[in-house]
Design a protein around this ligand. Structure first.
Ligand SMILES: Nc1ncnc2c1ncn2[C@@H]1O[C@H](COP(=O)(O)OP(=O)(O)OP(=O)(O)O)[C@@H](O)[C@H]1O
Ligand SMILES: [Mg+2]
Length: 246
């Protein structure tokens, strides 16, 4: 299996409560996983540990056959081969689209960099936007640039933390469709965090549902919601409500 996470536990130093408690799950290559849970349930904390921004109190993490973290190992964040897209997209405001994407491609030759930049811009359907600055783009376009920048170095894994939270509802629906298409086309393994059941349902191959720092359920969206994916959105919405109130 591509990702093997076992028994992660973590307590913030200024707190007495476990933010996450004995989290274990696995992910296959190319799979899109959603971590779903209410505010404060520990979703971002899990991503921060996977990214290497926090050191857990216990547990292990293997990525693509490589031991990334356990009681004796801790690979630094920049050496993990993990791309990240966070809530506020965090594009560099003083760099145009092309420069933002080139930023992560330091090890390539000039020609390869240019080729890869064109490839990822095509993937996110933003050809021709190379010279635009972030403030000259819509929220959804900025989101796609952030995704292109994360995908460009071909990371083993992409982490997305509430990537749609700054967008209005129409754009959210469009972007989440785009996102799934882009991730699948690039065969990128992804873990994305959301508190929105509809996002999880639309995007994920499997959902890891967490509550108070613990895993409550893991399963395919249709299994967790008790629905087939072809059912009416309103039915999904209703079932989603029920899922979150469990
Ligand atoms: N730096 C910190 N120091 C202390 N406690 C923290 C810190 N960051 C988060 N927490 C606590 O850890 C728990 C999990 O927080 P986390 O940010 O992982 O939640 P979340 O599921 O991502 O929530 P949201 O949906 O609101 O982003 C919460 O109780 C939170 O208050
Ligand atoms: Mg969070």
């Amino acid at each position: 299996m591509f990702i093997d996470i076992q028994n992660l536990s973590f307590t913030y130093s200024n707190s007495s409560m476990k933010a996450i408690n004995d989290i274990s799950f696995t992910v296959e290559k190319g799979e899109v996983i959603s971590i779903l849970g209410r505010s404060g349930s520990g979703k971002s904390t899990i991503l921060r540990i996977i990214a290497g921004l926090e050191m857990p109190n216990g547990g292990s993490f293997i990525l693509n056959g490589k031991k990334i973290m356990d009681t004796r190992t801790f690979i630094q964040p920049e050496k993990r081969g993990i791309g990240m897209v966070f809530q506020d997209y965090a594009l560099f405001p003083h760099m145009n689209v092309e420069e933002n994407i080139l930023f992560g491609l330091s090890k390539m030759s000039r020609n390869d960099k240019k080729k890869r930049t064109n490839e990822v811009l095509e993937l996110v359907e933003l050809e021709g936007f190379e010279k635009r600055y972030p403030h000259q783009l819509s929220g959804g376009q900025q989101q796609r640039v952030a995704l292109a920048r994360a995908i460009a170095p071909e990371p083993d894994l992409i982490l997305l933390d509430e990537p749609f939270s700054n967008l209005d509802t129409d754009l959210q629906v469009k972007i989440r469709g785009d996102l799934r298409r882009i991730l699948k086309k690039a065969n990128t393994t992804a873990i994305f965090v959301t508190h929105n059941v509809n996002d999880a349902h639309a995007l994920a191959d499997r959902i890891v549902k967490i509550k108070d720092g613990k895993i409550e359920k893991i399963g395919r969206p249709c299994d967790l919601l008790g629905l087939s994916t072809s059912e009416l959105p309103s039915t999904v919405e209703k079932a989603s409500e029920e899922l979150l109130t469990v």
